[in-house]
Design a protein around this ligand. Sequence first.
Ligand SMILES: [Zn+2]
Length: 89
Amino acid sequence: MPNYTFRCPGCGEFTLFFNSMSGNRENTECPTCKSEAARVYFAPHLFTLSRKLSSKIEKGMEPQRMTRDELGAKQKQTKVKANRPWQVG
Ligand SMILES: [Zn+2]
């Protein structure tokens, strides 16, 4: 289930869960005070370590999306080795 984090100027960050991609938008209404809340994009250099960790825990699937390229590169290297076991040793 996709979830998106927004930041209300009055209430702070909140995360909404959606059944589809309908939540993938720049702004939404704060569920608490009904003011406009801007989408929060997770750029690691903008956050402290504790914020990054708490965001990862809250958002669950997000860290996997951020590291997919790195995982793909590692898997590719592993696969090459596994396909040529006769070259190892
Ligand atoms: Zn609010």
